[in-house]
Design a protein around this ligand. Structure first.
Ligand code: ADP
Ligand code: ZN
Length: 218
């Protein structure tokens, strides 16, 4: 199954993508994670992307498109994929269609995770991420068993620099300007399905599994 997850920052795309990836055994491709890795390693892509990410701006299309092209060319997508955080602009959406067409694929379903800015600010402000395995926690909603330590790998938890209130607001306005048109793009194609990002992880997961079954995707 080829899935695309769309929605504003803090709508829960990444969390749901991780659960679905494990359950359905298809790879989770998150451009945000790939870019943060590049920044962490200090690669030339990372050096170019860092400033944009800290400000909550989009990394230029050509840089992101290049890493997605590379990933889609690998055999890992043979069984399907969950794209999380891509496409974020109309240009990226067009590039994705073209790249998938070349390998005889298309997005089966585009899930639009809807949430409010208030909920997003609260979620992202309390989010803590594991440096080692990338697991997400929340100081109130999903607290780690031990302060600042990952439950799964004992890695150190940190707060993303772009999760502060001001940057989250900037990410929302970038989203409204650049990414909202991508929603209409998929709506016109008939592949868009809206779901509530405000639900609990387990609750939303059940709804998604039922949706995939209804559409005979699993
Ligand atoms: P969120 O979805 O919560 O905003 P991500 O981890 O997906 O967070 O993305 C973090 C940052 O990485 C974005 O604010 C942006 O700077 C960059 N980024 C990720 N994906 C893309 C993309 N497809 N195009 C441009 N920039 C991207
Ligand atoms: Zn961890």
């Amino acid at each position: 199954m080829n899935l695309v997850l769309l929605g504003p920052p803090g709508a829960g795309k990444g969390t749901q993508a991780k659960v679905l990836s494990q359950k359905l055994n298809i790879p989770h491709i998150a451009t945000g994670d790939m870019l943060r890795q590049a920044v962490g390693k200090g690669t030339s892509l990372g050096k170019k992307a860092k400033g944009y990410m800290l400000k909550g701006e989009l990394v230029p299309d050509e840089l992101v498109i290049a890493i997605v092209r590379e990933t889609l060319a690998k055999a890992v997508v043979e069984k399907g994929f969950i794209l999380d955080g891509f496409p974020r602009t109309l240009k990226q959406a067009e590039m994705l269609d073209e790249a998938l067409e070349n390998i005889g694929k298309k997005p089966d379903v585009v899930l639009y995770f809807k949430t409010s800015i208030e909920k997003s600010v609260a979620r992202l402000g309390g989010r803590r991420v594991c440096r080692k395995c990338g697991a997400n926690f929340h100081v109130k909603n999903i607290p780690p068993k031990k302060d600042s330590i990952c439950d799964y790998c004992k890695g150190e938890l940190y707060q993303r620099k772009d999760d502060g209130e001001e940057t989250v607001k900037r990410r929302w306005s970038v989203y409204a300007e650049e990414t909202a048109p991508v929603i209409s793009y998929y709506e016109k194609k008939g592949t868009l399905r809206e779901v509530s990002g405000d639900l609990d992880v387990g609750e939303l997961n059940k709804i998604l599994i039922a949706l995939f079954q209804r559409e005979k995707l699993i």
